[in-house]
Design a protein around this ligand. Structure first.
Ligand code: SF4
Length: 237
């Protein structure tokens, strides 16, 4: 651990490249960082309902968390539960989502989800594969469902988690996240912990505040000594 050379040795001795000891260290370091630096959002409240947990994850897809946080009180005041959402018209959902720049398609999908949940009388399925088939529910939301509702470790694997893990572990392929088996497997290992939810949130916060897409703050980074991106691109080899 600690240099590009060490990393390359690990890769050779473990063809899958997963260093479980390092993953455990990563988990404890990021949890410690999270304790001091976490971002607080309304959907992270301990008493957030399952409805809030699902709707917030739907809104968070491809939208900055800060935008969603600003818009969230307005949305929740108007549609506080599946019942009120199920009574909304398609046009009204399209209109309210346009406030955070979401396109008509998202409003239509949210309407379809609301109608499905109306038929289900507001009761979510209990199987992840059934959730994945519902409107607006791709792999990311189904993982969120597994993590937040079923309380089972699962990665909130989006572009931000992908960037952080890809840089540290050098595992980002060129395929889309949906098809990137290596990253899916790695992210599953990284969040496999009895504090899986906190590790997921910590990774998302770390990617937003430190390991940014442009100009990452490498010199302030607690993973600098082990990050393959840093060692190759910025640090001394
Ligand atoms: S050293 Fe830089 S690239 Fe690597 S994890 Fe830290 S901020 Fe990201």
């Amino acid at each position: 651990m600690g240099s590009l050379n060490d990393f390359l040795v690990r890769e050779q001795t473990n063809p899958m490249g997963y260093d479980l000891e390092y993953i455990a260290l990563f988990q404890s370091k990021i949890l410690e960082w999270f304790q001091e630096n976490r971002r607080d959002f309304p959907w992270r409240r301990v008493d957030a309902s399952n409805y809030e947990l699902i709707i917030s994850e739907v809104l968070l897809q491809r939208t900055k968390a800060e935008y969603v946080a600003n818009f969230y009180p307005t949305f929740m005041a108007k549609y506080p539960d599946w019942e009120t959402l199920g009574a909304a018209t398609e046009a009204s959902l399209i209109a309210i989502l346009s406030a955070i720049g979401l396109q008509n398609q998202k409003g239509k999908q949210l309407y379809a989800l609301a109608q499905e949940m109306k038929e289900r009388k507001g009761i979510l399925p209990t199987e992840k594969n059934v959730v994945m088939e519902m409107p607006l529910m791709g792999m990311y939301t189904a993982n969120a469902f597994e993590l937040l509702i079923l309380k089972t470790p699962s990665p909130l694997l989006d572009v931000n988690m992908s960037r952080l893990l890809g840089r540290i572990f050098d595992k980002r392929g060129k395929v889309s996240l949906r098809h990137d088996r290596v990253l899916q497997e790695l992210s599953g290992l990284v969040v496999d912990h009895d504090r899986s939810k906190e590790i997921n949130w910590a990774i998302l916060d770390y990617a937003a505040l430190i390991c940014k897409a442009h100009k990452p703050k490498c010199h302030d980074c607690i993973f600098r000594e082990d990050c393959i991106y840093f060692l190759r691109e910025i640090g001394e080899m």
